[in-house]
Write a protein that binds this ligand. Structure first.
Ligand code: NAD
Length: 480
């Protein structure tokens, strides 16, 4: 098994930096070290920015059909290598193969969307704005764009960013999570194979030193960040102070609210997949379960279904339905939060610390019951397979509790009552809402629209907003 150093992509060349500092990449299912990622710094960031600046001079003037021709070839290669990429995701992230395919599919849809950039980004024209004066607008690229991404979606989150940015005529520097660098490298390799000119897409590996160097480098026009709220706020502040355009997505505490008239089987399936899919490591994962009216019965059904979930090595065992968390630190942190809940007098309706595989970084599905809005576990993002349950008496009480949360990512209501659904969608204070949808994640055509502590900035990733973020508008008035 290779434990070799993971290369950077600078100016179209795979290179190994001089740094002596590395961080191990694990297979979370086994705990085995499968690579060493270099922890780069300002020198490598500067080399990447210079490469991207050189490429920008030509790429920003490349005709749209020529840019899109490369993107079409790229999406063809991504489809051809879909299974191999999904396997890389399983190996370095630990999610199941089906979840890894979903990760790839959602990313691919953004590459598909980017192929329509000519239609999407063309401007407006109005003749005779005044006598003899015509006006038109155009959307121009902004320069060198940077993306900083988390570990939980090794393909999808980077692809929220670079296909659109590059389609718009920008060049790009990606800093993938140091925990999952291998998927990003393979995605880039295929882009080069599709004919992308050297320097249009660059990768610098590392952690906070790379992030801070990107946020302060004068050659970078924009930062797209996705990760936890503390870092998202830091990146937003730092990069804004350095004059950059910033979109910075943070953490979440998403609610699954069940009314007594919800369809039982479909609701149960949606709760399980939302709370425990990807081992609870989705920013859209349901982490607060609220049962209005029939909470006790719902809890028993959920716990019985949790007992049936097969926890295991997703890399070798096709029977595994739920994989590990990303690393030993995440497992230990989650174990400590479960212990804290117990010490606080909360009920562990299911304790996921028991009967977990010995190798790898496993936490079993956990349900903490009798949580109330005053508890830390209500407010803090845990980011793992730990679901907290609350028992509001009414929809109004549930809404009032939800709207106290600092985050504004997602909330779902399960019901067959259209009036309740409408009220929920109107009054819940967050950016992504599901009605009978466990994971209401917008796909490529729509913005990923978190609010409050879940997003810092204005224009979100994906959809038309993604294109707007990566372009600036020019208005021309002419009289001949
Ligand atoms: P993270 O914040 O630890 O890391 C994200 C990126 O920031 C990584 O590239 C990392 O190297 C870098 N980083 C980490 N600490 C830093 C620091 N102190 N200074 C500068 N850079 C730093 O997040 P993670 O653990 O990789 O991912 C999980 C988090 O991402 C969760 O909070 C989840 O909710 C969030 N997330 C949000 C969305 C969304 O759309 N809102 C999507 C996916 C994940």
């Amino acid at each position: 098994m290779s434990t070799s150093s993971v290369p950077l992509l600078l100016d179209g060349q795979w290179t190994h930096p001089k740094t002596q500092s590395f961080s191990p990449v694990h297979n979370p299912s086994t705990g085995e070290v499968i690579g060493q990622v270099p922890l780069c710094g300002p020198a490598e960031v500067d080399a990447a920015v210079q490469s991207a600046q050189r490429a920008y001079a030509t790429w920003s003037k490349t005709p749209v059909y020529d840019r899109v021709a490369i993107l079409f070839k790229y999406r063809h290669l991504l489809n051809e290598n879909f299974e191999e990429l999904s396997q890389i995701i399983v190996r370095e992230n630990g999610k199941t193969i089906e979840e890894a395919r979903g990760d790839m599919r959602r990313g691919l849809e953004v590459a598909d969307y980017a192929c329509s950039i000519g239609e999407l980004a063309k401007g407006e024209y109005l003749p005779e704005l005044a006598s003899g004066i015509d006006a038109h607008t155009s959307r121009e690229p902004i320069g060198v764009c940077a993306g900083i991404t988390p570990f939980n979606f090794p393909a999808m989150v980077p692809m929220w960013m670079y296909p659109i940015a590059i389609a718009c005529g920008n060049t790009f520097v990606l800093k993938p999570s140091e925990k999952v660098p291998l998927t990003a490298n393979r995605l880039a390799e295929l882009f080069l194979q599709a004919g992308l000119p050297d320097g249009v897409f660059n990768i610098v590996h590392g952690g906070r030193d790379v992030v801070n160097a990107l946020c302060t480098h004068s050659g970078i026009a924009s930062i797209s960040f996705v990760g936890s709220t503390g870092v998202a706020r830091h990146v937003y502040t730092e990069a804004c102070q350095h004059g950059k355009r910033v979109q910075s997505a943070g953490g979440a505490k998403n609610v699954l609210l069940v009314l007594p008239d919800a369809k039982p089987d479909a609701t149960l399936q949606a709760i399980l997949s939302s709370a425990f899919g990807c081992a609870g490591q989705r920013c859209m994962a349901g982490s607060l379960l609220m049962g209005v009216g029939n909470g006790e019965e719902l809890r028993e059904q959920v716990v019985a279904a949790m007992d049936e979930l097969v926890l295991g090595n997703t890399y070798d065992d096709p029977a595994a339905q739920m994989g590990p968390v990303i690393d030993g630190q995440a497992r230990d942190r989650l174990f400590a939060r479960i212990e804290d809940a117990k010490s606080d007098g909360l009920t562990l309706a299911r304790d996921g610390r028991q009967n977990v595989p010995a190798d790898g970084f496993f936490v079993g599905p956990t349900l903490v019951d009798q949580v109330d809005p005053e508890r830390d576990i209500f407010r803090d993002e845990l980011f793992g397979p730990v679901l907290s349950m609350l028992h509001p008496k009414t929809l109004d009480e549930a809404l009032e509790w939800f709207n106290r949360l600092p985050f504004g990512n997602a909330a779902t209501l399960f019901t067959q009552d259209g009036g309740a659904a409408r009220k929920f969608a109107r009054e819940v204070e967050c950016g992504m809402i599901g009605i009978n949808i466990g994971v209401p994640a917008p796909v490529a055509l729509f913005p990923f629209s978190g609010w409050d502590e879940s997003f810092f900035g204005d224009l979100h990733v994906q959809g038309r907003e993604g294109m707007m973020f990566y372009t600036r508008q020019k208005t021309v008035l002419s009289r001949w």
